[in-house]
Write a protein that binds this ligand. Structure first.
Ligand code: CO
Length: 138
């Protein structure tokens, strides 16, 4: 059986001010963000920085009911989620559902870069909000 997780796609970091955080991370990494985007389905504006074959994703809320706004209200910021790339997101969700894994998204939704994504509840992952992501078809 092939392992389901292909690689760590990115680590998501919640920030209250995207442009300020982008300047901070540009200085830390010594390179600018490679991609910025507004993700309407998640009510966030995001910026990606390349780190080898994976990325850091900075997320700023665009609405008060954004999941990131709720996270920032409880903490001042910090690591919000871990994203792994999977080969087949629907098959993974089906297998998880059958195994009783607690899912936030039972079906994939549109994420950044035109990828399909779904979140797994921290109750089923040892306390980590886990994002599954499948590459967009070329
Ligand atoms: Co993400």
């Amino acid at each position: 059986m092939e392992p389901r997780f292909k690689k760590i796609d990115h680590i998501g970091i919640a920030v209250p001010d995207l442009s300020q955080a982008m300047a901070m991370y540009e200085a830390l990494l010594g390179a600018p963000a490679t991609h910025t985007e507004e993700v309407a389905s998640q009510k966030v504006r995001v910026a990606f920085f390349e780190v080898g074959e994976s990325h850091l994703e900075l997320l700023e809320p665009t609405a008060e009911d954004s999941p990131i706004a709720g996270f920032l209200a409880q903490r001042r910021g910090g690591i919000h989620h871990l994203c792994v790339e999977v080969e087949d997101i629907e098959a993974t969700l089906r297998a998880y559902k059958a195994a009783g894994v607690k899912l936030i998204d039972e079906a994939p939704r549109p994420g950044a870069h035109g990828k399909r994504v779904a979140f797994v509840h921290p109750k089923s992952t040892g306390g980590v909000l886990l994002e599954l992501s499948q590459r967009a078809e070329p």
